[in-house]
Design a protein around this ligand. Structure first.
Ligand code: ZN
Length: 50
């Protein structure tokens, strides 16, 4: 399952599927931010890793 920037997929750790490096940890209600490696203009997707 993949998630877009701006989605609120719930609590967990998510990794960018473009660079496979950038990870973000969200709480319930947090939105996925742009990837810090790929840059803010890139339409990347995240996958849940934890
Ligand atoms: Zn990335």
């Amino acid at each position: 399952m993949l998630y877009d920037i701006g989605e609120k997929p719930g609590k967990g750790t998510y990794q960018c599927t473009s660079c496979n490096k950038w990870e973000v940890t969200l709480d319930d209600g947090d939105r996925l931010p742009p990837c810090g490696e790929c840059g803010s203009g890139q339409n990347i997707k995240y996958k849940k890793i934890k």
